[in-house]
Write a protein that binds this ligand. Structure first.
Ligand SMILES: [Fe+2]
Ligand SMILES: [Fe+2]
Length: 296
């Protein structure tokens, strides 16, 4: 039985930035505000609302079995931003296909935001699944013939760097979780990439810090496909001798000049990826690159 999934990420809805705390003035959030307000980062996402409307229309026209969201709903992880993002994405709209979401680094922009769990509250309907004890991450959900496995690779890190980590404790839970899952291809969903678009390890300030142990854990878990976000330009890496499964980046759904998401058609172990690209004159998405790969 074939299965259709839709993968998008890095929506970074602008606006809704009021509500930040005075104590954040001395935190990384201030740097973010400067970036958004003064360096024009927000400007790149100024059409996000309209583009997400077009994406939802695309979803309703040809509904997939599930929506995969690989994080970065917000810019600064403010409570108002989470509420706005969840509403615009239709997180509680039962007429849309079920969603499956993991947080991005922007959704944990400060230690306070990470601890407060704003992402997890706003996206709770998209985070249902099987867990190990009462730990939030990882979690797994069966959709048709496959298992979706959500891993959190984001944390409020050091200084103003943008590296990610999964952590040894979560990787150990991933092993436990996978050991209890039934047969079927396993799709890992993270925010951080395993490699860059050329298949290289990213620079230290941006990489998934524990990429070596994460790859080993993914192999042990029998991962058939790893999908992620964070890099706003989309790409797909076919399986290699070093990495036995395809690794696919959604790109940003809403960043100007990049606007895209992926549709995955999975039939047995054959994956057909169709990139959907936003066309501003028609305010609609159209087919872009099409790739066929084998799941591990
Ligand atoms: Fe992002
Ligand atoms: Fe990110």
């Amino acid at each position: 039985m074939a299965l259709d999934l839709l993968h998008f990420g890095d929506v970074h809805f602008p606006g809704a930035l009021r509500g930040w705390r005075a104590s954040d003035l001395f935190s990384k959030k201030l740097v973010g505000l400067v970036n958004v307000k003064l360096l024009g980062r927000g400007h790149k996402f100024r059409h996000a609302n309209a583009v997400v409307e077009a994406m939802l229309a695309d979803i309703r026209r040809t509904p997939p079995d599930a929506l995969l969201f690989s994080g970065d709903a917000t810019m600064l992880a403010l409570p108002r931003e989470f509420a706005n993002a969840a509403e615009r994405l239709g997180v509680t709209d039962n007429t849309l296909p079920p969603g499956f979401a993991v947080p991005g680094n922007h959704d944990y922009y400060t230690k306070h935001a990470e601890r407060a769990g704003g992402f997890e509250r706003a996206f709770a309907p998209w985070q249902t699944g099987i867990r190990v004890d009462d730990h939030m991450y990882p979690f797994a959900r069966r959709v048709g013939t496959v298992w979706l496995i959500g891993v959190n690779s984001s944390y409020q890190g050091f200084g103003i760097g943008a590296s990610g980590t999964i952590g040894s404790a979560q990787l150990a839970r991933l092993q436990t979780l996978c050991a209890g899952l039934s047969e079927g291809p396993r799709i890992l969903v993270t925010h951080y990439p395993l490699r860059d678009s050329r298949g290289n390890i990213e620079r230290a300030s941006h990489r998934l810090r524990d990429h070596v142990s994460a790859l080993a854990a993914a192999e042990d878990c029998g991962i058939g496909l790893w999908v992620h976000g964070h890099i706003h330009k989309p790409f797909a890496l076919p399986p290699t001798a070093a990495i036995p499964f395809p690794v696919i980046c959604s790109g940003s759904a809403t960043q100007e000049h990049r606007y895209c998401f992926n549709r995955y058609h999975i039939d047995g172990r054959t994956l057909t990826m169709t990139r959907r690209v936003y066309d501003p004159p028609t305010a609609a998405f159209r087919d872009g690159e099409v790739l066929e790969m084998e799941l591990n």
